[in-house]
Design a protein around this ligand. Structure first.
Ligand code: CA
Length: 247
């Protein structure tokens, strides 16, 4: 593998899909290795931790969820993107709970995969860790400011001081979703209930993914470890729960 290049490991049992992705990413300057199953994946990781892994869910033998959990257990910072052919929402969410950072539904455009990988690398600082700026443990806040996980929201301005310590102007739909969570703490809120009550004109996404994608984006802003959310938790089969005590 080339020195200094971002290393990507892909596990995908379909040779055509695997080779297509490998060739495309190699052409984009990544150092790519492709393997066909869990044994090959574990062997490749044993040789060296990649910066990011693309993990097909449906594999012969050990499946992608299991591999993602194993990899996340080895490294809190490696980027993990699940590749799924399933359109089932639960599969996607479970994929994220396995420690993955993102997922992409097959068939996908190589350019979409590239965009996701670049976003992931930006967030992880090229794979050298995602340490959040430490927030003061018991820092007193003025009344219009409220703590959300590792972030602080200014309710007057809609500006979020993210877990990474950056100021982020929230969109109207992000703000309306966060407000619902703030007003209903410690309750499992149904995905459909959330969708009905939030505006989303600024994010014209497919209906069934809209809430999940917004929650994923919010987690990246407010959670210390977005792949293992504490403040915005998934309630399987229902939706999401906001824990105001989570740091
Ligand atoms: Ca497969």
């Amino acid at each position: 593998m080339a020195d200094g290049a971002t290393t990507i490991l892909i596990v995908e049992d379909d040779p055509f899909q695997r080779e297509t992705v490998c060739a495309y990413l190699a052409g984009q300057g990544f150092a790519v290795e492709g393997v066909a199953d869990g044994a090959g994946f574990r062997a490749a990781v044993a040789k060296g931790m990649p910066d990011a892994a693309l993990v097909d869910i449906g594999l012969p033998g050990e499946d992608g969820f299991s591999l993602a959990r194993w990899l996340r257990g080895l490294s809190p910072t490696v980027g993990i993107v699940m590749l799924t052919a399933a359109t089932d929402l639960v599969d996607r969410v479970v994929g994220l709970e396995s420690g993955a950072d993102d997922y992409i539904t097959k068939p996908f455009e190589p350019r979409e995969l590239l965009a996701r990988l670049r976003a992931l690398m930006r967030r992880s600082g090229g794979g050298d860790g995602r340490q959040a700026a430490p927030a003061g443990p018991a820092e007193a806040l003025p009344p219009h400011k409220v703590r959300l996980g590792a972030a602080v929201l200014d309710r007057k301005t809609g500006v979020l001081r993210t877990a990474e310590g950056k100021d982020d102007q929230l969109t109207e739909s992000e703000l309306s979703l966060l407000t619902l969570f703030l007003e209903n703490p410690n309750r499992a809120l149904h995905r459909d209930w959330l969708l009905e009550r939030t505006s989303g004109e600024d994010e014209p996404e497919a209906f069934d993914r809209a809430i999940d994608l917004r929650v994923m984006r919010l987690r990246r802003k407010i959670e210390r470890h977005p792949a293992r959310p504490m403040a915005l938790r998934t309630v399987r089969g229902v939706g999401y729960l906001f824990d105001p005590e989570a740091g």
